[in-house]
Design a protein around this ligand. Structure first.
Ligand SMILES: [Zn+2]
Ligand SMILES: [Zn+2]
Length: 48
């Protein structure tokens, strides 16, 4: 199976089929460690 979670550590969303991240927001974090996730998904555990 492929990755089942967004590569952004704080994000709990499933990634998009064509990428390792669930959203451009997560992909934009790059090597920066964010304390909260801005992907905007209601189900995201890292979105405060
Ligand atoms: Zn997220
Ligand atoms: Zn994400």
């Amino acid at each position: 199976m492929a990755e089942e979670k967004c590569k952004n550590p704080v994000c709990s969303c499933p990634p998009q089929p064509d990428g390792k991240y669930c959203s451009a927001s997560c992909e934009g974090t790059g090597d920066t460690i964010e304390l909260d996730c801005d992907c905007g998904h209601d189900e995201c555990a890292g979105n405060f």
